[in-house]
Design a protein around this ligand. Sequence first.
Ligand code: CTP
Ligand code: MG
Length: 191
Amino acid sequence: MEELSKIIVHAIWFIWVAYIPNSIAVLVGGGTPMDFGCKFIDGRRVLGDGKTWRGFIWAVLFGIFVMGGIMNYVGLVLKDYSLGYVIPFAETWPEALGIIFLLSFGAMVGDAFGSFLKRRAGIKSGERAFLFDQLMFVFIAWLFLGIFAPNWLLTYYLHPAAVLSVVILTLILHKLLNIAGYKLGKKKVPW
Ligand code: CTP
Ligand code: MG
């Protein structure tokens, strides 16, 4: 039981460096689109105006150096006082920053990849697409970890309870954050 609760807490703890960049992109985004306005062979935009360099770059930098930095520091400080629930990404800072980079960067690449698939499916920027909008960024972050840090991924996200708790939390948070973004006037639609 204690093992299972730890698995779930760790899974949810680490995934925040993938969540936060997505919200930062919404707050600071704008300007030059990542696809520079180019169209794909199907005549539709590659990504669309909803994916901008400013959003992408600041999101990744914030995810790594603010969110990741603070979380890893908190993890290092609390690991001996939190019964092992709050832990750093890795024992050493270089290793930890590597993992954090994969999570933040993977999340933003995944976010753009979700848009790419939406455009191919003929769904307009900002129009809702179940799974592409909500979960693609987590899946791509996991994919990046699977390629570049497989041992870390297997340690924390192999258990079905770890995967399931992240998926459920992501769906709930996505809903709440989009409603908040809409209310703040940062998003045109509440999804
Ligand atoms: N945003 C950005 N750059 C990114 C990601 C997001 O500038 N790399 C900003 C954009 O202003 C975007 C807003 O955050 O409109 C909301 O992001 P999201 O919902 O992911 O994009 P959508 O506008 O819905 O576009 P798409 O349909 O392509 O997902
Ligand atoms: Mg959207």
